[in-house]
Design a protein around this ligand. Structure first.
Ligand SMILES: Nc1ncnc2c1ncn2[C@@H]1O[C@H](COP(=O)(O)OP(=O)(O)O)[C@@H](O)[C@H]1O
Ligand SMILES: [Mg+2]
Length: 240
């Protein structure tokens, strides 16, 4: 199969003025891939995702999506091009119901959204049961399902997930990642995932990038990085 570049980040510099956070970052994602970004706290992983989604104003470089530079686009333009973002901390609207949260995900869609809603409920039956409940009353795992469901409502080409498993039990983490792999395989949605848990993210990713102090450190196929001695000693607790 010929690889098609969906996303191509070239020489990205990014600032939280006056501090430069990203220094010449290069990353890409081929159509259909799951790509993860790992690295220590403060490395700039979330900043990369925010850049792709047009949430950072002071930056330089190129972000090509389907071959077009989107570095000047705002989040509202980017979402229309088929990219959705699930930020760190999930950010559901706590006083709105599950259904209302999902409806918000489809805000730019005209017409009937029931087909999408049904599809989300098929993927996450738990949300169907809880659709009339206020999202703030759900467990962390259920809130993550709402956040992912909301980002799926537009049937994106690419989803950006920031620390989707943070604070969840091992069982729920596993379930969330199984869903991601399932959605990737069955619907051809590509994923760029920032994830603290290197073991999980590397094992499910086609490729991964290690970011340190705002710079590319290492990259390669996920399974290959899993075996890398440097990765094992720093990110996998000495090969555990
Ligand atoms: N809104 C902000 N304003 C100023 N500095 C920020 C802001 N967000 C993040 N930073 C700083 O940018 C650096 C990278 O942050 P971030 O991208 O969140 O790292 P990571 O996701 O890898 O933990 C950190 O030093 C952090 O303190
Ligand atoms: Mg982060």
């Amino acid at each position: 199969m010929v690889e098609k570049r969906l996303l191509d980040i070239r020489n990205l510099d990014s600032w939280y003025w006056p501090i430069q956070i990203l220094h010449g970052v290069n990353m890409h994602l081929n159509e259909g891939e799951i790509v993860s970004i790992i690295g220590p706290n403060g490395a700039g992983k979330s900043t990369v995702l925010k850049n792709i989604f047009g949430l950072i104003s002071k930056r330089k470089g190129h972000i090509f999506y389907k071959g077009k530079n989107i570095i000047k686009d705002k989040a509202s333009d980017i979402v229309k091009k088929g990219i959705t973002f699930v930020p760190q901390g999930r950010s559901v609207f706590p006083s709105m119901t599950v259904r209302e949260n999902l409806e918000l995900g489809a805000y730019i869609k005209k017409g009937d959204i029931e087909a999408e809603m049904k599809e989300i409920f098929r993927k996450f039956p738990r949300l169907k049961e809880r659709q009339s409940q206020k999202a703030g009353l759900l467990s962390g795992g259920e809130q993550q399902m709402v956040a992912i469901g909301r980002a799926l409502m537009l049937r994106p080409k690419l989803m950006l997930l920031d620390e989707p498993s943070l604070g969840l039990s091992p069982q729920i983490k596993k379930m969330i990642f199984e869903k991601v792999v399932d959605i990737n395989k069955n619907e051809g949605i590509s994923f760029m995932i920032v994830e603290q848990n290197a073991k999980i993210s590397l094992s499910l990713s086609d490729r991964a990038y290690v970011l340190e102090l705002g710079r590319n450190k290492l990259d390669g196929p996920g399974k290959q990085l899993l075996k890398d001695p440097k990765i094992q000693s720093i990110y996998l607790g000495g090969g555990v």
